[in-house]
Write a new protein. Structure first.
Length: 255
């Protein structure tokens, strides 16, 4: 199984940020979280927030009517230079791929079509590639871009955790990173959910392995909203972090 370092993704995102628009992108691989981040980055780059309701669409493979999809792709955007179309779960697309392959070989410049294709399921099992995938990739490469999303390697996951924690306005030490991986595993969606919980409690502070054990270890199944609610109600008994501990970290909660 191929794995990628965080530097590979940093370089890829930097190229997207600085590069010219391509009319079609095929994002494929098993690192689903980063694929979604890339799709969101592309959408934000080419469609302004106030025009998203008009020029940003999201479709899912099993639900797609190919005629409608391609008709939309060939239509003009509304009061804008570009529209963005995100197609998720392409691996589950039903019916013939030929019209999509044909479109990707000669796409419309005013439409940015972003195709997301998972190569592995949530349990890491390989998904049988659609029989027309090779033809689609060949077509996309003519005028667009194919980007591979392999799983982050161990070092990359650790760096990603530290970086994501900083984006949530807290620091996390190495032992705490070990504890987080031990508790949440290596799926970035799961890790992100746990980091969100830590961010609520330790915003602006530093997180240790003991903090991870208090906040995550004893209630792995609780979600972020449970944490916020229990703190907001002053329910010290059900909140695995004492108010004294919160004060020590000078946590500011806007509840």
């Amino acid at each position: 199984m191929m794995k990628a370092g965080l530097d590979y993704y940093r370089k890829t995102f930097a190229e997207i940020d600085s590069g010219e628009a391509a009319p079609v992108y095929l994002l494929k691989g098993e690192e689903h979280y980063v694929m979604e981040e890339m799709a969101a980055r592309l959408a934000g780059k080419f469609v302004s927030e106030d025009m998203k309701s008009f020029n940003l669409s999201m479709d899912y493979g099993p639900e797609i009517d190919m005629g409608t999809l391609l008709s939309t792709a060939r239509s003009f955007p509304f009061l804008s230079d570009r529209r963005v179309m995100i197609v998720r779960e392409l691996e589950r697309l039903k019916g013939k791929w030929a019209p999509l392959v044909e479109y990707c070989g000669d796409p419309v410049d005013s439409t940015i079509m972003i195709l997301l294709l998972a190569t592995h399921d949530e349990k890491g099992r390989r998904i049988k590639p659609p029989k027309d995938l090779a033809s689609l990739e060949k077509a996309v490469k003519k005028k667009g871009r194919v980007i591979q999303f392999d799983r982050l390697n161990d070092s990359g996951i650790r760096k990603w955790i530290s970086s994501h924690a900083r984006r949530l306005d807290f620091d996390i030490d190495d032992r705490a990173v070990d504890s987080l991986i031990s508790s949440a595993g290596t799926d970035l969606y799961d890790i992100s959910n746990e980091l969100e919980k830590l961010g609520v409690v330790f915003e602006g502070g530093n997180v240790t392995s003991e903090d991870v054990a208090r906040v995550i270890g004893s209630y792995r199944m609780r979600n972020l909203f449970d944490v916020i609610e229990s703190i907001g109600k002053g329910d010290a008994a059900s909140t695995p972090v004492s108010y004294t501990h919160l004060r020590a970290h000078e946590t500011v909660l806007d509840l």
